[in-house]
Design a protein around this ligand. Structure first.
Ligand code: SF4
Ligand code: SF4
Ligand code: SF4
Length: 342
């Protein structure tokens, strides 16, 4: 297969900057890894982002997510949103999801988000433990901006990375986010990667806690009458009675290079935001230079040997393939949740 035969996913994540005003212990940005081998490039200018967006259009991308680092630290953010909305291919009925830690949100930003049909996903990794996780004391600030977003009609998600350290307050964290006005919930179990590699022991949930996380979220969502999703895929065999989750969507198939791909702040392409592996550049031809690695994800060539004969293998990729590759150096290793539980 050549690069011209590649079919690109219809969604892309634009990481607008390497910079961040939080220092989250769980941060999976590959450039934050200890003894980092992921070199930060020169961040794209506004003009280059516009060319990148044009290129995504020609590749058939229909929906965009904006992240970072902290996306609000890119001074061109609103111009980039305006440019995206000026392109007919990105349907104005479909929100642009913008992931933020909330520290720089203002009423002016919320009004612009309303104008450009942005869905704001704000991180709330605990209430009492927010500062411990992020290095910044701003849980009340995030909750305030959920209230203001609700008032101004900007749809929101409360986005929680669940760790061993905030597990005990997950019910309260989700409840406070929803009571403040968040429309939906996104849960991410902590996965090793980026700065989180230095904190694996203090952050990693055991399998009982992973199941407890799902049960707690389902309970809160049921009470609140809302819906939510888990963003970091689960091995199906650790979920007891998947049918009991009516309000929480728990995925088990890796979406990298199939449903989405990522453009880093300097234009480099990766299969997933969790991945430290560069496979191309959005402003070069061909876009994908490492086709072999891309196809490992695009064609699901990463199933662990122990899963090959499982009757669920068509619906389950054994958790996070990139986290397995980061920790075990092998994309076909079992999910990291099995590391200390067998
Ligand atoms: S997880 Fe997000 S908010 Fe936290 S340090 Fe990383 S990029 Fe910043
Ligand atoms: S494919 Fe593997 S991880 Fe998934 S349910 Fe089967 S044995 Fe478990
Ligand atoms: S590599 Fe796949 S399973 Fe892991 S976080 Fe990315 S999309 Fe999810």
């Amino acid at each position: 297969m050549t690069s011209s035969d590649l079919r690109f996913p219809q969604s892309a994540i634009l990481e607008l900057t390497y910079r961040c005003n939080h220092r989250c212990r769980f941060c999976s940005c590959p450039w934050e890894a200890p003894s980092c081998s992921y070199e930060k490039g020169t961040e794209l200018t506004l003009e280059e982002w516009c060319r990148a967006i044009d290129r995504l259009q020609t590749l058939g991308v229909k929906t965009l997510t904006i992240s970072g680092g902290e996306a609000l630290l890119n001074d061109s953010l609103l111009d980039i949103l305006k440019y995206i909305r000026s392109k007919g291919c990105f349907n104005t009925d479909v929100p642009i999801v913008l992931i933020s830690n909330g520290l720089l949100i203002s009423e002016a930003f919320l009004e612009a988000f309303k104008r450009y049909n942005v869905h704001l996903s704000m991180s709330l990794p605990g209430v009492d433990t927010f500062e411990w996780h992020t290095g910044v004391d701003n849980a009340s600030g995030v909750l305030h901006w959920f209230e203001e977003a609700k008032r101004l009609g900007v749809p929101t998600t409360v986005n929680v990375t669940v760790t061993k350290h905030n597990y005990h307050e997950l019910y309260r964290t989700l409840a406070e986010g929803l009571l403040a006005g968040a429309d939906t919930v996104l849960l991410n179990r902590f996965l090793p990667g980026g700065r989180g590699l230095a904190n694996i022991d203090e952050l990693t949930l055991d399998t009982d806690q992973l199941r407890g996380m799902l049960d707690t979220a389902e309970e809160v969502l049921e009470l609140a009458g809302r819906r939510g999703a888990v963003g970091t895929e689960f091995p199906r065999c650790i979920i007891e009675k998947p049918e009991k989750y009516k309000r929480l969507r728990v995925a088990s198939v890796c979406a990298a290079a199939k449903e989405f791909f990522v453009i880093d702040p300097s234009g480099r392409v990766r299969t997933c935001n969790h991945s430290p592996r560069v496979v191309g550049h959005i402003l070069r031809t061909p876009v994908i230079s490492d086709i072999d690695y891309w196809n490992i994800f695009a064609q699901r060539r990463y199933i662990p040997v122990s899963c090959v004969s499982c009757h669920d293998v068509n619906y389950c990729d054994c958790g996070c393939r990139e986290a397995a590759a980061i920790v075990h150096g092998n994309v076909c290793a079992k999910d990291v949740c099995f590391d200390n539980n067998e």
